[in-house]
Design a protein around this ligand. Structure first.
Ligand code: C5P
Length: 304
């Protein structure tokens, strides 16, 4: 086989409940994930000289040059871990084509790792079970298992324990990007500082949110969006608060910081409504802005 191409979606958190930092440095989470139609693609082809190698391409508007191409790249780690677990001797060359903003709180690195797992498994013909792929994904990062699953799902543990959620309806999300990304660990550290005197309660998924998803009620969904990391992200990027307000003024049903930020999300009814809200934000000189439907499927082979 010469090449396998896998596409993998961005993730957003419709709710992100965060508890007090654990002994291992991670935070217990209770989150509702949704995969949205902004995609990275990972192409895997046989490596030369027994080497694992990686190139990254895409629009510099997405800060593509900030993606490492060495062993710190999560997709590279994914390929090597799968090879080790499955006893594969062959090497691989990965080409990541970015469509997801880098360090935007949209789990682009996790999407690449999930795509690399699926692509290498197909390239090598290792036929790894779904269960084992999920186990390897969890070792790579908290969001990687969800990137494999997609759709709408509940995440617990440090985010890596994923179960599908009962959800109806499809939505369009306007994504407001920032020129400069935010570091996820830095936002969690800010969260810890903000809770230094009073530890946060154990995290939970809001009942209101689950009810809105079960009925597909967009008004209710917009009102129930929540993110415990948002105050920390806003402390690091105070200007985002105004951006969220502009989206509501522009008729979005809800506005929230995406994960650890700095991307902001605006809930809309369909593509025409998304175009309208995106235009409103651009009218304030904000951007870049994109929009995408959700939920969509997780990492999948698009060509081989
Ligand atoms: O799991 P992942 O490697 O994506 O996490 C990146 C960083 O985000 C961690 O090193 C940690 O600082 C923070 N994190 C956390 N609690 C989580 C998930 C991530 O503190 N549940």
């Amino acid at each position: 086989m010469r090449e396998v191409v896998v596409s993998s979606p961005a993730k957003i958190n419709l709710s992100l409940g965060v508890g007090a930092v654990r002994g291992d440095g991670f935070h217990p989470l209770a989150t509702v994930y949704q995969a949205i139609g902004l995609y990275d693609e990972v192409a895997a082809r046989p490596g030369t000289d027994g080497d694992f190698s990686l190139t990254v391409e895409g629009d510099e508007r997405l800060s593509v040059s900030e993606v490492p191409t060495d062993d710190s790249n999560l997709a590279m780690q994914a390929a090597k871990l799968l090879a080790a677990r499955r006893g594969v001797q062959a090497a691989v060359h990965l080409t990541i084509h970015k469509g997801i903003p880098v360090a935007g709180g949209l789990a682009g690195g996790s999407a690449d790792a999930a795509a690399a797992l699926v692509a290498c498994d197909a390239l090598w013909g290792t036929k790894t079970s779904r269960q084992e792929l999920m186990t390897i994904a969890a070792e790579l990062g908290s969001d990687v298992p969800f990137s494999l699953v997609g759709g709408t799902a509940i995440g617990t543990g440090r985010g890596e324990v994923v179960a599908p959620a009962m959800a109806k309806g499809s939505y369009w999300w306007v994504v407001l990007e920032s020129e400069k990304g935010l570091s996820t660990p830095a936002v969690y550290r800010e969260f810890d500082r903000m809770h230094a005197d009073q530890p946060p309660p154990a995290p939970g998924v809001p009942d209101q949110l689950m009810a809105a998803l079960r009925t597909g009620d967009i008004e209710r969904l917009g009102a129930a969006l929540s993110n415990d990391l948002q105050p920390a992200a806003l402390r690091l990027r105070p200007e985002l608060e105004q951006s969220l307000g502009y989206g509501i003024e522009g008729s979005a049903h809800g506005a929230i910081v995406s994960g650890s930020g700095p991307s902001c999300l605006f809930l809309t009814e369909g593509q025409p409504h998304a175009v309208q809200v995106a235009g409103w934000l651009k009218g304030y000189g904000l951007g870049p802005v994109s929009f995408a439907p959700g939920p969509v499927a997780g990492a999948r082979v698009v060509s081989r």
